[in-house]
Design a protein around this ligand. Structure first.
Ligand SMILES: [Zn+2]
Length: 315
């Protein structure tokens, strides 16, 4: 067994995973990430200790937000959401605690790796993944291995700019696809338009979620409909552009709006259909909805740990 860990903003989740991808002993604890590095490391250690008490482990695989130096296990850069996380030597610390090898990578890279192992991307040679959550994350898996780039920042698809000088993004730039497509960002957009008086069935509501935008959009609310169409257009633009660069076997898209059904998927596919591709090169794009759901990150972390042990992904 390996211990597989998924560090999230709300929870640190973990499980024991065998070589076939069977998960046992799933556990989770509140991450206290906003309290900073010390609190998060304490939670991480508690989750790993719980797992290795239940069963001996051969290695630990960890998914974390941020840009990760996967070779030395150090967090290269993390935005302010986890104070002090930049520079933390997570891999070496975990090895010190447990006495076994520890491999760490970006959380969305590992979602992609999990789907490539036993999910919607199984058997593909070039798989691109998009995960819609608070933000929009991406992953590239080629021949079963994560492609990380020079600084561990490859596949930051959320910060592909789709509207030059568009709306501001948390990354410091303007017009990133995340601003128009990620559920959390759509909620911020709807609040902005309601504040300036755009009419909508959501006017006067305080706790608005992406689900509310989807529901009202399906009923024909003009503002919600508009936001969903913007999201579909921007996501389709990024998918199309990525297809020109990678020509992937499969796109795996999961989370957020992919669960919205026709109200989002129809305009998204209509938008993709607008781009021209010679009929000889069809099928145009194979898009699959993620299969592993919330367990994709844990399974990807486990896959990385096994690859690390086998020496197949250590470059
Ligand atoms: Zn951005």
């Amino acid at each position: 067994m390996v211990a597989a860990i998924d560090i999230g903003g709300t929870n640190v989740r973990g499980g024991l995973v065998d070589r076939e991808g069977n998960i046992t002993g799933m556990t989770h604890r509140p991450s206290h990430a906003a309290e900073g590095r010390g609190a998060l490391l304490e939670t991480l250690k508690a989750v790993i200790d719980e797992l290795r008490t239940a069963h001996p482990i051969a290695a630990v695989g960890i998914g974390s937000p941020g840009s990760i130096n996967h070779r030395d296990g150090i967090i290269r850069y993390m935005q302010a959401h986890i104070p002090g996380w930049t520079g933390t030597p997570v891999g070496p610390l975990v090895t010190e605690w447990t006495g076994v090898p520890a491999a760490i990578d970006n959380d969305v890279n590992l979602i992609a790796l999990g789907e490539n192992w036993i999910g919607a991307g199984k058997g593909s040679r070039c798989q691109l993944s998009i995960a819609l959550g608070t933000g929009l994350g991406g992953g590239i898996v080629i021949n079963g291995r994560v492609m990380r780039g020079a600084l561990g920042r490859a596949a930051e698809f959320g910060h592909v700019i789709v509207v030059p000088n568009g709306e501001p993004c948390t990354c410091g730039n303007y017009g990133c696809v995340e601003v128009y497509t990620a559920p959390g960002a759509m909620v911020r957009r709807v609040h902005h338009y309601l504040r300036i008086g755009v009419p909508s069935a959501l006017a006067g509501r305080k706790d608005i979620s992406a689900k509310d935008i989807i529901e009202e959009g399906a009923k024909g609310d003009h503002l919600c409909r508009r936001l969903l169409d913007d999201a579909a257009r921007c996501l389709a633009l990024v998918v199309w552009n990525l297809m020109q660069i990678f020509d992937p076997d499969v796109f795996v898209i999961g989370g957020g709006l992919m669960k919205a059904g026709k109200v989002f998927l129809d305009p998204f596919h209509n938008e993709l259909d607008r781009y021209y591709q010679p009929p000889e090169l069809t099928p145009l794009i194979t898009i699959r909805v993620s299969k592993l759901g919330d367990n994709a990150g844990i399974l990807g972390a486990a896959r990385l740990a096994w690859q690390w042990l086998d020496g197949t992904d250590r470059d």
